[in-house]
Write a protein that binds this ligand. Structure first.
Ligand SMILES: *[C@@H]1O[C@H](CO)[C@@H](O)[C@H](O)[C@H]1NC(C)=O
Ligand SMILES: *[C@@H]1O[C@H](CO)[C@@H](O)[C@H](O)[C@H]1NC(C)=O
Length: 375
């Protein structure tokens, strides 16, 4: 700590003329992106990101693109992580662990980059994700069509495609008829839609559903309530609708979420993948903490030529910005009181640093197909 304050003091003496392009703090280390500790921090940070999100599908870690580490007092560290991620088939509301969620097949891939700041204090058993931001895009449609012209292609999920709406309503009808007992499911939100020509048009949809109870009034007739004004999704359903030789085929199945009674935002007790001493304090996070970041969905990168056209400003395919501070020497980050840190133990957060010069970054990718790696 003495060294640290001394260094801060020395930095304070430097002329402030470097505000235009602030060099990274010399306190920042550049560990390897393949370091086992870095990988485990990256996995936990991603778990925190998935747990914080309310919409979309969980991300899984494709590779650590970059990492900087800032040692703090008391064997704790602040990590500045840049993670290349892939969307999985698990909805964030399913609360599954991303390691249990398979990445999508190539033609359905959504990929991108997250930046996250992650604080770890092992002696105090703290793992804390102060903030994150991500940008994702679907894989380039042109390139997929070139490789696999018959693969399913995405359809609009904003209600503008009547086939998608029909696939949703017919599969939901089938589910309500065959699987719903004492209740009825209602559409909450369409989350995914693909179409494909297989001897005829086929539509594949995924959607969140809410439920409302039904009561048997007369024999053979049911009276169902309308869903409440502020309904909560209870599960995700997958449906399909195909027409082959004038015959219609409809299918539908649902997966229901575990009831989310006291699931606190932040990291859910990750005991199966984290050494015991890393276990997160089980006290629920105060609700007023709110979301820690956001995910930006951009359209697919249409063509390499587009990048050349934008010569004036260097083209950034996956713009992700996070800043908790713009103060070059950083600021004290006040952790929520549940972590019970003394004032002088509170960590310092710096502006999100530039790329490290470590040649051990990016780390090895789970899926190294250039189509799914942010440039
Ligand atoms: C995350 O991105 C959003 C939108 O680009 C931005 O408004 C927000 O300030 C960013 N968060 C942080 C912590 O910088
Ligand atoms: C990453 O680390 C693993 C295990 O330590 C090692 O087997 C692998 O060769 C490393 N990969 C790279 C690209 O350095």
């Amino acid at each position: 700590m003495i060294q640290f304050s001394l260094l801060l003091g020395l930095l304070g003496l430097l002329p402030s003329c470097w505000s235009a392009s602030v060099p990274d703090s010399p306190l920042l280390l550049s560990p390897s992106c393949n370091d086992s500790r870095v990988l485990s921090m990256a996995g936990l940070a991603l778990q925190g990101i998935n747990a914080d999100r309310k919409e979309g599908y969980q991300f899984n870690l494709n590779r650590v693109a970059d990492v900087r580490e800032h040692h703090q007092t008391g064997a704790s560290s602040m990590y500045y992580l840049t993670l290349d991620v892939l969307e999985t088939d698990c909805h964030v509301l399913s609360k599954k662990r991303w390691k249990d969620c398979a990445p999508r097949s190539l033609h359905k891939t959504v990929y991108g980059q997250c930046k996250a700041i992650f604080y770890t204090n092992l002696p105090k058993r703290i793992l804390y994700l102060p903030t994150y931001n991500c940008t994702v895009r679907p894989v380039s449609r042109r390139k997929i069509v070139r490789m696999c012209p018959d693969c399913p292609s995405p359809s609009h999920i904003d209600g503008s495609d009547p086939w998608v709406s029909q696939a949703v309503s017919e599969s939901l009808q089938k589910i309500n008829k065959e699987a719903a007992v004492g209740k009825r499911f209602h559409l909450f939100q369409v989350t995914q839609a693909y179409s494909q020509w297989v001897f005829g048009p086929s539509y594949f949809v995924e959607y969140l559903v809410t439920e409302a109870p039904c009561t048997k009034s007369l024999p053979g007739s049911e009276k169902c309530l309308q869903p409440p004004a502020d309904p909560k999704p209870v599960g995700i359903c997958r449906g399909s609708l195909s027409k082959i030789n004038q015959i219609k085929y409809v299918s539908g199945t649902c997966e229901f979420f575990e009831s989310q009674t006291t699931s606190a935002p932040g990291i859910q007790s990750p005991e199966h993948q984290v050494p015991q001493q890393l276990a997160v304090p089980s006290t629920a996070a105060p609700l007023e903490e709110g979301p820690k970041g956001s995910v930006q969905f951009l359209p697919d990168l249409v063509d390499e030529n587009d990048e050349v056209n934008q010569e004036k400003e260097p083209f950034v395919g996956f713009p992700v910005h996070i800043d908790l501070t713009t103060e070059p020497l950083g600021e004290v980050l006040h952790l929520p009181s549940r972590f019970m840190l003394e004032k002088e133990e509170m960590p310092i957060v710096l502006p999100f640093p530039e790329r490290s010069r470590s040649n051990e970054c990016p780390g090895p990718a789970e899926n190294s197909n250039p189509l799914v790696l942010p440039p």
